[in-house]
Design a protein around this ligand. Sequence first.
Ligand SMILES: CC(C)(COP(=O)(O)OP(=O)(O)OC[C@H]1O[C@@H](n2cnc3c(N)ncnc32)[C@H](O)[C@@H]1OP(=O)(O)O)[C@@H](O)C(=O)NCCC(=O)NCCS
Length: 164
Amino acid sequence: MPILARPFRPDEARALRDIRLQALADSPLAFAERYDVALAMGGEDFGAALAAGAVWGVFDNDCCVGMAGLNRLVGANVEHKGYVWGVFVSPAARGTGAAQALFRAIIDHARATELTVLSLGVGDFNDRAKRLYASFGFVPFGREPRAVRVDGLYIDEVLMALEL
Ligand SMILES: CC(C)(COP(=O)(O)OP(=O)(O)OC[C@H]1O[C@@H](n2cnc3c(N)ncnc32)[C@H](O)[C@@H]1OP(=O)(O)O)[C@@H](O)C(=O)NCCC(=O)NCCS
């Protein structure tokens, strides 16, 4: 059966919280947010993300096994730009096409809502994620030194963009 990504529904804040916490626990070097901070956040914070309607999930029956978000920039001269965040697939679901389903959904939505460029930042160490983004046509356009600091360890990020 083909793997499909769909937007989280407004009543799925709990599922979003679960997969986000799983992401932060599994891959602490890959995200801006920290697990213990997110753990302390209430369901309303995750509900607010869903109200914007810009977070997709991949579901195996009712269980969420992957997520990715898309934020449109605010401001008349930058609202053509979208920023992809929070890309994560559960370890057991990696290599199954879940990540590809998420990116197909995001890119379709971006085109349908007249975004003309997507960007993201990816840890320099993260070859698997870089391969995924490159396979969808994202190209590196810069590097942010010390983009993330985790327990005193600095990680540079490669900035990548896709023109739609
Ligand atoms: C990044 C992530 C979403 C990719 O999803 P996935 O299901 O693992 O993706 P795939 O298995 O399709 O792998 C993507 C590409 O990396 C390749 N790959 C697999 N393992 C790899 C490895 N250890 N090193 C380098 N490339 C690897 C795959 O072959 C594929 O490339 P291809 O299309 O040229 O064959 C997932 O691995 C993940 O959630 N990682 C932890 C969180 C994370 O790093 N998120 C990104 C934050 S920017």
